[in-house]
Design a protein around this ligand. Sequence first.
Ligand SMILES: NC(=O)c1ccc[n+]([C@@H]2O[C@H](COP(=O)([O-])OP(=O)(O)OC[C@H]3O[C@@H](n4cnc5c(N)ncnc54)[C@H](O)[C@@H]3O)[C@@H](O)[C@H]2O)c1
Ligand SMILES: O=C(O)[C@H](O)[C@@H](O)[C@H](O)[C@H](O)COP(=O)(O)O
Length: 337
Amino acid sequence: MQLGMIGLGRMGANLVRRLMRDGHRCVVYDLDREAVQKLEKEGATAASSLHDLVDKLEKPRNAWLMLPAGVVQSTLDQLAALLDPGDTVIDGGNSYYRDDITRAKQLAPRGVHYVDCGTSGGVWGLERGYCLMIGGEEEAVGRLDPVFRAIAPGTGNAEPTPGRTRTDGTASQGYLHCGPSGAGHFVKMVHNGVEYGMMAAIAEGLGIIKHADAGLRSRSVDAETAPLREPEAYRYEIDVAEVAEVWRRGSVVGSWLVDLVADALSRSPELDDFAGRVSDSGEGRWTVIAAVEESVPAPVISAALTERYESRALGEFRDKVLSAMRGEFGGHAEKAR
Ligand SMILES: NC(=O)c1ccc[n+]([C@@H]2O[C@H](COP(=O)([O-])OP(=O)(O)OC[C@H]3O[C@@H](n4cnc5c(N)ncnc54)[C@H](O)[C@@H]3O)[C@@H](O)[C@H]2O)c1
Ligand SMILES: O=C(O)[C@H](O)[C@@H](O)[C@H](O)[C@H](O)COP(=O)(O)O
């Protein structure tokens, strides 16, 4: 098939490469001309503007947006004005599923289809394939099947699920039509909420292991306020990088995230390149909002989200209020640590 890709960053460029490897033809556009030229050298057709991209696409057109969230709506507005009935726009970025519902409604009167596609796999997707969580009308999604099939991992390295008797559907190939508009990004949003929780648990566990030597230090980190009651119980100088490595092999928590952390620790045991301020792009917040609105308890994901705020010192004023109250009612002064 032929597909237009708008946005050739970490994700879009490799999606194009994966599609071209499978024999698909791509027309590519990015504000960054170098990104366009690079893919042109690899066989893609370069477009110099959205208008040019639309001109170079065969009808019915398929245009995939792989853009930072902040420019999706403005790009879609410009693109929509150039498209014809029967064309399809796919948003493969991490957009909020509620925006998909609005955007599909915006395009429908013009006969333009809108497909939302949560795309997981990060910078490793070129080789591993991308897990795709798709939303939209059956017809538009079905027509794009060869594109999704090329981008997805296929059966990949995962063993067949032993108890699975279903032979229909595409989930075992790494892509799934989850439902109508927004359903794909809804599932991707929750996927990322799960990602926050799993990442937080791995990080906390390794943090506890790293501090298992607290009893060996002359003063524990928290000695003044919370001295170790039994310092002899915390006299382990455990090699955290080696723990991550051993967890990769046969353990219950072995996973791709543990593989990645083992790799990072093997290169830099103290993770010197990081200050530990953990960003969040929105998916965790939206997952927590959905949990609240559905009245579904989600304490792990919620805690993992607020821990990210904590890492960016966003709780500083809250903590000052705490200290102030403690000072007011008990005359307790703040200590250095
Ligand atoms: N990086 C990841 O691991 C990852 C994984 C899954 C999903 N996503 C999502 O995919 C989307 C893209 O992410 P990315 O990591 O590829 O971003 P990126 O910043 O690496 O690339 C974005 C590209 O879009 C281009 N661009 C920006 N504004 C443009 C405009 N108005 N018109 C044309 N091109 C424009 C930029 O020049 C850049 O090349 C985001 O929604 C992101 O959340 C990212
Ligand atoms: O499934 C994936 O490939 C990742 O989840 C991907 O979507 C990306 O790396 C996140 O957007 C980071 O999200 P935060 O910035 O919220 O951590």
